[in-house]
Design a protein around this ligand. Structure first.
Ligand code: RET
Length: 234
């Protein structure tokens, strides 16, 4: 794969997130005042990602357009800065739609956010170590357990008392957190194993970078569209 595709993917990430942020900002005005924060969260999340992708596309742009694994890996901390801020916000956004569905549970969002921060911080620690080292495995496992805890918590909320459109939105958003979020640990695992197996890590890093862009657009803009459309019906 031509490594230039990574830069193209980051540009795509930038425009998709910028368009998403603008769209959510406009939609916000169509919501009842008490539901506007759904649009605000969705817009802020997309805006943060747009800024990070703008930086990332320049991080991989070297004189002459040369991209190597060094430049691709240099975007890894930027990705984690984005996730550190946006993933807790996505869970707060989820909590707002759970409330619409009548399933508000005391302390749920706080527990989700704490587990999420553990997931991201340990995930980062597991990526900066030596590929294949014991600490990388341990942090990867802790991070995965935190994600499993998040899934258990979001499956547990009882939304049977809310309107059908809100229940549907919560169910769809749960699938984002289960299937959409699964793309990240799978990508990380594949990259680590390819590294251990002595495969072409440059290609692995490039493929993972492109996959993360697609996953990010889905999990931020797609997720936000479900939330905002539910808030519109309220
Ligand atoms: C890591 C490390 C390995 C274990 C796990 C991970 C999970 C990452 C997730 C990221 C979600 C990102 C989102 C971004 C925004 O759209 C950190 C890769 C479980 C779930 C939703």
């Amino acid at each position: 794969m031509d490594l230039q595709i990574v830069q193209a993917a980051f540009m795509l990430g930038f425009v998709a997130m910028a368009a998403g942020a603008f769209y959510f900002f406009m939609e916000r005005g169509d919501l009842k005042p008490e539901h506007r924060s759904v649009g605000t969260y969705a817009a802020v999340i997309a805006l943060i990602a747009a800024i990070m992708y703008y930086v990332m596309k320049d991080t991989v742009m070297f004189p002459g357009g040369m991209i190597t694994v060094t430049e691709i890996n240099a975007t890894m901390p930027l990705r984690y800065i984005d996730w550190l801020i946006t993933t807790p916000l996505l869970l707060v956004e989820f909590g707002l739609i759970v409330s619409l569905a009548g399933g508000a549970k005391a302390g749920m969002v706080t527990r989700l956010v704490i587990a999420d921060l553990i997931m991201i911080v340990t995930g980062y620690l597991g990526e900066i170590g030596v590929v294949g080292s014991a600490s990388n495995y341990i942090f990867f496992i802790i991070s995965t357990l935190a994600w499993v805890y998040i899934i258990m918590q979001i499956m547990r909320v009882n939304i049977s008392s809310g309107p059908a459109y809100a229940q549907r939105a919560v169910k769809t958003m749960r699938w984002f957190v289960i299937a959409g979020w699964a793309i990240y640990p799978i990508g990380t695992a594949i990259q680590q194993f390819m590294g251990i197996g002595g495969a072409d890590i440059t290609q692995a890093a490039a493929i993972a970078a492109v996959i993360y862009v697609v996953a990010d657009v889905l999990n931020k803009v797609g997720f936000g569209m479900i939330a905002v459309s539910a808030a519109k019906k309220a």
